[in-house]
Design a protein around this ligand. Sequence first.
Ligand code: NAD
Length: 461
Amino acid sequence: MSDKIEELINSTAGKKLLGAMGVTVATDLQRYNANQSSYFSGAVLVGAGQNAKLLSAVQKNLADSDAQVTYSPDAAQQLGDSITDNTNGDRYQALIFDGSGFIDATELISAYHFFNANIRKLKSSGRIVILGRPHMQCATPEAAATQRALEGLSRSLAKEVGAKGATAQLITVAEGAEANLDSSLRFILSPKSAYISGQVITVRAAEIVNLADWHKPLAGKIALVTGASRGIGEAIADTLARDGATVVGVDVAPMEADLNKVMARLNGKAVVADITNPDAPATIAKALSDLGGVDLIVHNAGVTRDKTIANMTEQQWLMTLDINLAAAQRITSELLKTNTINDGGSIVGVSSMNGIGGQRGQTNYAASKAGVIGYVDFMAQSKELAAKNITVNAVAPGFIETAMTAAIPLFTRMFGRRLNSLSQGGLPLDVAETISFFANPASRGVSGNTVRVCGQSWFGA
Ligand code: NAD
């Protein structure tokens, strides 16, 4: 019944009818295809405010793509480039604006001019990328305010272009981290970021790693994925294997057959363990050290036990907090203690939009998922991780089409998947692509980020 209603809504006739009624209709999002020759192709317009600091990095990045690049007069002048229109009359697949030089609110007018003149020329499934500096690293309060203003601008642009399946993000790049921008810009411009919008990615200075093959960024890497037998965990395992990693998947005994099937398909290794079991950290550490250590840890296993707090049992509280938060921390601690995480490794927590915005009936779940973010924030500052060049980030999914969300009652589900700027639910693949981006060795400058994969959900901050 529910699928029939969705089919009707998503049919050409249904979309026409809803459009005529003024209801926002979802645009099919373009996603990554292994046969695409480059991470980005199409016309791109690059604009800039005065004293832009990231234009050379953008120019270098785009030179490695199939983009036809046109610079606005401001950008061209700063690059010493000629003002040539390379669009061939086409509309833009991406608009990139470098606001990193802004130090005063009055200068923001150039961003207004750039988007006012060009936003109608953005194609469906297009990209807007604004580049700035982390506002807390600015020299004056005026500069900090202006840099933070770019966040409000990009989040609002995301809401204005979402109906055509286009997205907008801000990437802030610390001074000295200009060369580290590359992996984030590639990811955001590419179809791999299809369901990410209204986000801020921060980039800090780190070792520069040049990849031999951007289609196989994780070649030779070992990845641990908990809860890998189905849903988002299975998609993470698939995607990391697609990108070259050998996957070690963990799941509970009742899921053993499914886990074995997934790992057999991916030539991975199955480890049957309940992550809350006291022996689990040592069992996992042993399996990983037998493979020469681990390069990527994805704490994906998670459960919901929803009840309002007055009706929630102590067991529901304890179980949710232990699986979603404490068990993951015990595993990370054991892997660090036993030196099982390789230099240049990566730790990724799976949080949730509800861990940011809160949710009725999910005090336990939201507490656990907010805890994941706190852990990432703190660990990203840790000297222990810095000494080994290990990054730590979180992904916070919104409404993702899985068994978990299929169990939501029909009308709540139909609304739930549409309450975001892209008017649709995301795919497990979208979460997985973000994790692979974090794990990419070229993303060493990306640490301490929580990136929401939620189509810019209307819930939460
Ligand atoms: P799912 O229930 O389909 O899969 C979770 C997996 O974790 C299962 O295979 C389960 O057996 C495993 N698992 C549970 N407890 C375990 C334990 N103690 N030890 C080992 N494995 C265990 O859920 P999903 O929708 O794929 O969600 C995956 C993650 O994404 C979870 O952390 C979830 O909270 C998060 N998330 C999902 C959504 C969504 O829309 N589906 C949204 C936000 C966050």
